[in-house]
Write a protein that binds this ligand. Structure first.
Ligand SMILES: [Cu+2]
Length: 362
């Protein structure tokens, strides 16, 4: 989804110092920064999802039934305060379909507060949010290793919630992933029964069994975009999350798939658009266990050292690509690892010519 982000294009909340609820976390955050408070109300949702809605890989002519490419996905979705109503998609958070997760935005000096509720009624797994790039206390790390089996930040049980507090510091500027980092799980064999009331799982075997970050593979991943005083405003911003899914982990899928924003193959993955003359930014993150090479046909950009048209990224790393659009036409963007292209990581990027300048009449 293309988003228009201007210099003043962020929706902002109230100043941190003016927040009404004086919790310990808030006091801590307010001590760290006097900036703006950006508050997000997110949930983990479980829902049926077809990764190849047009049923075809147009590159090879392979066709799929919906059953072969569908599974029960997990996604973070954004709500109005106190989880009142699901938010419509917009240029700031993205489509809010859950795939990808809502884009979280901040400027240096801001406090970011994320309230997360676990509505995973299908798998009934505990879930969490773990962010990269922002500053936070260990108690808001959200990684299972950081606490006990049911640490409130690292394993939010179904129906439960947790509030995470982060700060955007000078070294936070850039593009970062956030994702589920709760305890490992497995769909093969069937997941353990959900804890009964009063059973906090102390006698379970949390250990290393199962698939690390299975929740992330099922869809719980998104982008954090942090801007600073030097960040240029752009006309178009494309957000892309790269995740690979494995039949061995998710038996509902007939084969392994390599996904852009939860979709595989041309015309299922996002079709991005821009116009000659526009400043374009891509914010891309990868999660999982694969190395990727992100390539845009017909374009080059400065990577800080040299001009490139393809860049490597690996698990939990990101790319921020910027250029002034000068190449009209229909282009491919794709992962250049051939197995990943064949598994679905290919998309369309359409660039319109510059609008003609119409001379004033009269
Ligand atoms: Cu790849």
């Amino acid at each position: 989804m293309a988003a228009t982000v201007g210099a003043a294009g962020f929706s902002v909340g109230r100043p941190a110092a003016a927040a009404a609820d004086a919790t310990a976390a808030q006091t801590r955050a307010a001590d760290l920064t006097p900036g703006t408070l950006r508050e997000y109300w997110l949930s983990v949702e479980s829902f049926d999802h077809n990764t190849v809605p047009n049923g075809a890989d147009l590159m090879t002519g392979t066709t799929f039934t919906a059953a072969q490419t569908s599974y029960t996905a997990l996604g973070y979705r954004a709500w109005s305060p106190n989880w009142g109503a699901l938010l419509p998609g917009d240029d700031q958070i993205g489509p809010n379909t859950g795939l990808p997760a809502p884009t979280l935005r901040a400027q240096v000096g801001d406090t970011v507060r994320v309230h997360l509720r676990n509505n995973d009624t299908h798998y009934r797994f505990p879930h969490s949010i773990h962010v990269h790039g922002l500053r936070y206390e260990p108690t808001d790390d959200g990684a299972f290793i950081a606490g006990g089996p049911y640490d409130p930040a690292s394993a939010i049980l179904v129906g439960g919630s947790h509030t995470y507090t982060y700060t955007a510091v000078a070294s936070s500027v850039g593009t970062w992933p956030y994702h589920d980092h709760s305890r490992s799980q497995s769909l093969v064999p069937p997941a353990p029964q959900p804890a009964a009331a009063g059973d906090h799982g102390e006698d379970d075997a949390p250990g290393m069994a199962g698939v690390a970050e299975l929740g992330t593979q099922l869809g719980l991943a998104g982008v954090i975009a942090v801007t600073g005083p030097e960040t240029a405003p752009v006309d178009v911003e494309n957000v892309l999350v790269l995740i690979d899914m494995y039949h061995s982990n998710i038996p509902a899928l007939a084969q392994d798939l390599d996904l852009f924003n939860g979709a595989a193959f041309l015309n299922n993955t996002p079709t991005f658009t821009a116009q000659v003359g526009q400043r374009v930014r891509w914010r891309i993150v990868a999660l999982g266990k694969e190395l990727h090479v992100f390539h845009i046909h017909g374009h080059r950009w400065w990577d800080g050292i040299r001009w490139v048209d393809a860049q490597v990224l690996g698990p939990s790393t990101s790319l921020t690509i910027e250029y002034i659009e000068d190449s009209p036409g229909d282009w491919l963007y794709h992962c250049h690892v051939t197995d990943h292209m064949m598994g679905g990581m290919v998309g369309r990027y359409h660039v319109d010519p510059a609008r003609p300048i119409i001379p004033p009449t009269g």
